[in-house]
Design a protein around this ligand. Sequence first.
Ligand SMILES: *[C@@H]1O[C@H](CO)[C@@H](O)[C@H](O)[C@H]1NC(C)=O
Length: 224
Amino acid sequence: MRVSGVLRLLVPISALVITWVFLHSAGNIHIQTIRLPRWLAPATTKELHAIKSKCGNRKPCTDNSFAFKISSGAANVVGPSICFEDKVLMSPVKNNVGRGLNIVLVNGTTGAMLRDSFFDMYSGDPSLLERFLKEVPEGTLVLVASYDDPGTKMNEQLKKLFSDLGSSSAKQLGFRDSWVFLGARGLKNKSPFEQFLKNNPEENKYDGWPELLELEGCVPRKVF
Ligand SMILES: *[C@@H]1O[C@H](CO)[C@@H](O)[C@H](O)[C@H]1NC(C)=O
């Protein structure tokens, strides 16, 4: 009891002493030195805008490359989206996506969009996609996002056409796989921009579909 009584007295006394010591020495502190460091201070809207990278990507791109982000669809529920140089070119909000393969063509030199299109790969006519791919001009970037099922109508001819654009995974493409890819007409090597996930009931994130895929990066102008 007596010990706790002493403690109860000691606490306010030491608080007083500490406050007094602090106030006393505070006289010597220049107030300016307590200013918040720049990175802690709230950024202005302008600064926030400068920090955000194109397409919301993790890293900004240099001037001699284009920023892109491609997201496949999630199961058969959420549609895919394709962003290029901070412009969303295909998305559910734009209402220009569909089940199957969603494809944007971009001029590889200027970055100007040439075409966007989707191809039903479950019940559509694969010859439409064959013609579309054969007509891709030299020096064109090809951005591809799968949605629901990119594989049922996939045939050898289409696999070859995608492989020629730099794809490594197109030849395995099957029923309800997830696939995102950026290639180009005239690439000499395989594209480094590709992700592929096989539909595998043992490992699927959703019941009948694998996880959605996201691919982002900086593609150099004129990769040819
Ligand atoms: C891409 O842009 C360049 C420069 O304007 C032009 O010369 C070329 O024809 C364009 N290519 C296509 C396929 O539109």
